[in-house]
Ligand binder design. Structure first.
Ligand code: CTP
Length: 416
């Protein structure tokens, strides 16, 4: 294809140096939420180039994206009267966002297919890519979808995972596309290193995050654990990464870890203790979001216990309080953050942990409140500081809660 004359490039080369985001929309019912994503990105000062797959236009018409985007939407490499090189959008993009990303789109991208404008753009870009999967729970749980996502995560693609809720056809389950505000946060976080960094920027800061609930074996087939999913810890690791931190995630969670972070998978409190203590001296910030078991069976059976042998008597012993140990070992300037998952006297109990463990911030989490705490995609917390600061974060996505915690961490790292 011939290189177009400069004036023909105009719609695809924003006149002002605004960040350039390609908004890819594939064919899912959540395409209607992509309209809101488009509007919010434009409001945030981003130049948005909408690219729809042919079938996406069955859900939302191109006219909507034409009106709200920064330039006319496109669906095909052959759209233009004077066709532009099919790689131009991918080359120009600062971020390529796909919302919603269907199982089919993820498969085609993972396989490197370039059979329409959106997949061509994805294959042609060197910019960060963000995908927001949306599909029925059965499809989200299918090994093919999981493996395709794992491939993309390994290649550095950021996944904004779906949440729970009502799906097309009235079904309820996991697979509902993330909320537009969280998707926009993820994109803006990736754009920031190029544009102005916010005052709480974490570039070069080494952040150690823990997540998930540990498992303490009773015998080779049984264990004691808790309801922690790891979602809040993963959201913290992802947000710290977006703000430019070097992130190590020590995790006991089965969830796919966020892109761009070093992952240390552990199972027991003892393994988490070893992994955290080995790395803590090098960390500028440690966020203990994991629900570490406080007790473990004193002796785990080496072979399976059987009913015929009678009811086993479980003798428990305490685990090491990792956070308290970090409080004892802290080096000057290091910021330590703990969580207090409570059901009663939440702030009072949280505040006493702040003092007892000698930490800087405690995130008081009323896990009994509706929509907050374990397993939910949302949370409501109060962040208490050893300096007396109190920051209430009303019910919001765990992504937003993570941003609020990191804002407090940022303020402690660079006071004033
Ligand atoms: N924590 C830890 N090591 C443990 C237990 C907890 O590092 N063995 C951390 C958690 O990651 C969290 C905080 O300490 O940041 C929770 O404090 P904790 O006092 O253990 O709370 P609970 O487990 O609820 O225990 P308690 O019965 O004392 O309230």
């Amino acid at each position: 294809m011939a290189e177009p004359a400069p004036e023909e490039q105009a719609p695809h080369a924003p006149a002002v140096a605004r960040p350039f985001v390609v908004l890819g929309v594939s064919a899912g019912i959540a395409a209607y939420k992509a309209v809101e994503v488009c509007r919010r990105l434009v409001d945030a000062g981003v130049h948005v180039a909408p690219v729809l797959t042919a079938n996406a236009t069955r859900f939302v018409g191109r006219a909507t994206f034409d009106a709200l985007g920064s330039e006319p939407s496109q669906t095909s490499v052959w759209d233009e009267a004077s066709p532009l090189p099919h790689t131009r959008l991918g080359q120009a993009a600062d971020v390529v966002l796909v919302a919603p990303a269907t199982a089919d789109l993820l498969a085609r991208y993972a396989a490197g297919l370039a059979d329409d404008l959106l997949t061509t753009t994805l294959v042609a870009t060197a910019a960060p890519v963000v995908v927001c999967p949306a599909m029925h729970t059965e499809m989200w749980d299918h090994p093919a979808v999981r493996e395709n996502l794992a491939v993309l995560v390994r290649r550095g693609v950021t996944v904004v995972p779906p949440g729970e809720g009502r799906l097309a056809g009235g079904d309820v389950g996991t697979g509902r596309m993330a909320e537009p505000a969280d998707i926009v946060d993820a994109v803006l976080g990736l754009l920031r290193p190029r544009a102005s960094r916010p005052p709480d920027g974490l570039a070069g800061v080494r952040v150690l995050v823990t997540s998930g609930g540990t498992r303490e074996p009773i015998d080779p087939v049984r264990f004691i654990t808790n309801r922690s999913s790891g979602k809040q810890g993963h959201a913290l690791a992802a947000a710290a990464r977006r703000h430019g931190a070097e992130v190590v995630l020590v995790t006991a969670s089965p969830l796919a870890p966020p892109a761009g972070v070093e992952v240390v998978a552990v199972e027991t409190a003892a393994e988490m203790e070893a992994a955290v203590l080995a790395r803590a001296a090098e960390a500028d910030v440690v966020v203990m979001a994991a629900a570490v078991a406080d007790f473990r069976p004193k002796e785990a059976g080496t072979t399976k216990l059987h009913k015929a042998d009678g009811v086993p008597e479980l003798v428990l012993e305490p685990t090491t309080d990792i956070l308290a140990e970090l409080g004892r070992r802290r080096r000057p300037g290091q910021v330590l953050v703990g969580f207090a998952a409570e059901t009663d006297a939440v702030e009072e109990r949280a505040r006493s942990k702040l003092v007892a463990k000698r930490i800087d911030l405690v995130v008081a989490n009323d896990v009994g409140a509706p929509g907050a705490g374990f397993e939910h995609d949302t949370n409501a917390v109060t962040i208490l500081g050893a300096d007396g600061s109190v920051t209430a974060v009303p019910l919001a996505s765990k992504v937003r809660v993570a941003e609020a915690v990191l804002a407090r961490v940022g303020a402690l790292l660079s006071p004033g």
